[in-house]
Design a protein around this ligand. Structure first.
Ligand code: 13P
Length: 249
């Protein structure tokens, strides 16, 4: 398979402040300006305007961690796709395991969100991954397949044409416990096979990135694997030196 442009993103989750964001971004603007990868940050929604302003014209893009699939109206606390588009967001994170487990987001919600993102011409970064219990009972592939096919069956494989898929094993998120490069590579290959059953070309286009305790020390061994096209980084993206190393790896 042809080597794809790497995708490296920092999911800040519910972290940051006006001054921390400014310091982090000012450092990153300098250090990653020659990165060959697509570099994206996902700040909390309230900071998108600040982040988009600082990054205007830079090679680091802005994404949002979640959106509503509704267009507008009485949905207290939600933000719509047209709102994030207004602020120049290019990427939308969909179905992060924290959204699924803590906020009850279902596969059907994920499909609806993916549909509106694709219709708006933005790039969905859709997250899939198994829990420890599912892995230990040998259900990893079944879970990943169900998460993907529930979306494909609802809105079609075409929706994945411009998508990034993040494989984030739930047990590796924020735990310091990374999937081994072999374990991750195996699941990434399985994700490609699952898409291939629907459409060869789309499977080849999609970048599958790994997330779960990626840091400056383990990134090289992960990126050495054929099927790992980048990383979705949580904790290590909050600190310029570590995130730079990952973005430049
Ligand atoms: P950590 O890198 O902190 O494990 O988080 C991964 C993640 O959930 C990124 O979306």
């Amino acid at each position: 398979m042809k080597q794809k442009k790497r995708f490296v993103a920092g999911n800040w989750k519910m972290n940051g402040s006006l001054s921390q964001n400014r310091d982090l971004l000012n450092a990153l603007i300098e250090t990653v300006k020659d990165a060959d990868s697509d570099v994206v940050v996902f700040p909390p929604a309230i900071y998108i305007q600040q982040v988009a302003t600082i990054l205007d014209g830079m090679n680091i893009k802005v994404g949002v961690q979640n959106i509503s699939f509704e267009a507008k109206g009485a949905f207290t606390g939600e933000i719509s796709l047209s709102m994030v588009k207004d602020f120049g967001c290019d990427y939308i994170l969909i179905g992060h395991s924290e959204r699924r487990t803590l906020y009850g987001e279902t596969d059907a919600d994920v499909a609806k969100k993916m549909k509106v993102v694709v219709a708006a011409g933005l790039t969905p970064v859709i997250c899939v991954g198994e829990t420890l219990e599912e892995r230990e009972s040998g259900k990893t592939e079944d879970v990943i397949k169900a998460q993907l096919t529930s979306v494909i069956d609802e809105i079609g494989i075409e929706a994945f044409k411009n998508a990034v898929i993040a494989y984030e094993p739930v047990w590796a998120i924020g735990t310091g416990k990374t999937a081994t490069p072999e374990e991750a590579d195996q699941v990434h290959e399985f994700i490609h096979c699952t898409l291939k059953a629907y459409d060869d070309k789309i499977s080849d286009l999609v970048r599958v990135v790994y997330g779960g305790s990626v840091n400056a020390s383990n990134v090289d061994s992960l990126f050495a694997k054929e099927n790992i096209d980048g990383a979705l980084v949580g904790g290590a993206s909050l600190e310029a030196e570590g995130f730079t190393k990952i973005a430049l790896a």
